[in-house]
Design a binder for this molecule. Structure first.
Ligand SMILES: C[S@@+](CC[C@H](N)C(=O)[O-])C[C@H]1O[C@@H](n2cnc3c(N)ncnc32)[C@H](O)[C@@H]1O
Ligand code: SF4
Ligand code: SF4
Length: 337
């Protein structure tokens, strides 16, 4: 079971697209003892084995939270798997790096961490970006697998070619990457959201020139083309994912857990609200049922709103991967992260 623990909603950066928005001003830190007690009780009640827990520290910026409190959680669930998604734009040499290397060990992989890189909308100074690059390289050199996530924004697609993106990842020693599409319901500045045709063209070009990266945006589509749905495509985030917010409320998908919460660490349960959210997630747009990709796409992530009567799926890329999977020539199938 996937559990996100938001150590805080606060952050050291002010990315223009961030769905946390004004909540980044809240300095509240998570309560490790209460979180541990709640998770122990929850997993016991539902017979969930500790070793099946995948706990991901999130935020805000997870490392803007208290490292000692985070360590308590790792120690309380020694057989669970841990990782984090961090902006890695701070000094990691006084504890954070060692914490990552020690606690984020994954079977057959070694230490693993996700970080984001968003062109033009993330770092306000060159020093911040330089710190990020230095940290990524230093973790890679220390034997960690660093996965870089990039949002498909207009500034990114217009200013970074697929070849340049590949070159940057190679120069950092990063082999694993992924992309996020901006969710229009949570992105305040709509001018950052590119038309889906622009996204499709850029991704298809990268897919064609890629001779190096394992990219999970591509491999998710390849896996779906074999009718095996993973992650958001499964449309079960509201029932199979829990996000524990820093203030103790608990929701499903981390992108909307502040607004859409149904439990809390103090014992509040709103199973009706949870049922409503599960029901909403299971409903596809009626347009999906007539779509030639429906069997493979499954209606995509429910957070991605349709714009002007169109879904936000790069259909040309999808069809290309579908054809390649059918012809057994799709490299993207082999990605495991
Ligand atoms: C909210 S951040 C939290 C972790 C950490 N601070 C970071 O930036 O990696 C998690 C991820 O959500 C992405 N994100 C933020 N706002 C988004 C939005 N409006 N739509 C889609 N993804 C978004 C970020 O770029 C980042 O990859
Ligand atoms: S680093 Fe992450 S949490 Fe912080 S503003 Fe950027 S996207 Fe939001
Ligand atoms: S490609 Fe678009 S229309 Fe087709 S099933 Fe997916 S989300 Fe629905």
């Amino acid at each position: 079971m996937k559990i996100y623990i938001k150590t805080t909603e606060a952050c050291n950066l002010k990315c223009k697209h961030c769905y946390i928005g004004d909540n980044r001003r809240f300095k509240q830190q998570f309560d490790a003892d209460k979180t541990i007690a709640w998770l122990k009780a929850y997993t016991q009640k539902y017979g969930i084995k500790e070793e099946s827990l995948y706990i991901s520290f999130h935020g805000g910026e997870p490392f803007w939270g208290d490292l000692k409190e985070m360590q308590k959680v790792c120690d309380a669930f020694p057989t669970a798997t841990f990782d984090a998604t961090s902006n890695l734009a701070m000094n990691i040499d006084h504890g954070i790096k060692d914490f990552i290397l020690q606690n984020f060990q994954q079977d057959g992989i070694g230490p693993f961490i996700k970080t984001s890189w968003d062109y033009g909308i993330r770092f306000s100074t060159e020093t911040q970006e330089a710190a990020w690059k230095r940290n990524v390289k230093s973790l890679v050199e220390a034997g960690a697998t660093v996965k870089v996530i990039t949002c498909l924004t207009k500034p990114f697609l217009e200013n970074v070619t697929p070849a340049e993106y590949l070159g940057l990842m190679k120069s950092l020693g990063v082999k694993h990457t992924s992309f996020e599409r901006l969710t229009s319901n949570t992105t305040e500045d709509k001018s950052l959201i590119p038309p889906i045709e622009q996204v499709d063209k850029w991704l298809l070009e990268l897919y064609e020139v890629n001779d190096y990266l394992e990219n999970s945006f591509f491999s998710d589509i390849a896996t779906a083309c074999k009718h095996n749905f993973i992650g958001c495509r499964k449309r079960e985030c509201m029932s199979s994912v829990l996000t524990i917010n820093a203030n103790g409320t608990i929701g499903g998908c981390p992108n909307s857990s502040i607004k859409n919460w149904f439990f809390n660490l103090d014992g509040y349960k709103n199973t009706e609200r949870r049922k409503e959210l599960i029901q909403k997630e299971s409903m596809r747009n009626p347009g999906c049922y007539a779509c030639e990709l429906y069997q493979e796409c499954n209606g995509d992530c429910h957070q991605l709103e349709w714009v002007d009567g169109k879904c936000y799926v790069p259909k040309k890329l999808f069809q290309r991967i579908k054809d390649d999977v059918a012809a057994c020539r799709c490299r993207a199938e082999e990605n495991w992260l």
